[in-house]
Design a protein around this ligand. Sequence first.
Ligand code: CA
Length: 220
Amino acid sequence: MRVLLVEDDGMIGEAVGQALKDASYAVDWVRDGAAALTAIASQPYGVVLLDLGLPKKDGLEVLRALRLHDNAVPVVVVTARDALEDRIRGLDSGADDYVLKPFQMGELLARMRAVVRRKGGASGPLLSNGMLTLDPATREVSSDAIATRLSGKEFSLLQALLVRPGAILSRSELEDRLYGWGEEVDSNAVEFLIHSLRKKLGSDAIKNVRGVGWMVSKER
Ligand code: CA
């Protein structure tokens, strides 16, 4: 899943960005509110981590602009402003959740998973199409025959497909969800990941729609 990190503090940005990458997210990092809006307009982010005190446009302005234009991207506000009033204004402006600095990375990651899950309409923590069940907290996938853990990119690809079983995603749509700015993407990277997923999960786990892309079936 691709994340937009909006943070003007260099040290916090570096640390959170690295921790997100370690947790298998593709991360784009911008340092002001105007750049955040530009990025969100051009990429399919799974979640936005938004600081409130930002140059150019502050976090609340960014949030209001997004919601005004019916952009429903999940937003977790991450900020040191701990005044109750700021928290209320953030939530009223369309934030999906709130994390106060300083925070434990584990809590931020859990809140991100929860927000993505709620926005996706899932009630429980697991993603499933009836045949495969994926646990975003552990990256473990299971079916009748197997239970196995996936690599970061394998997980991201399967997650992208399992969010909407039956929907076809093209190579470039998958690349947009799997890789951040500046990440080297081999021309056959997606095929390679599909191949390794099929080896782990069985050849019919992921279906190829020739010339269009890939999908997981809606039900068995
Ligand atoms: Ca700030």
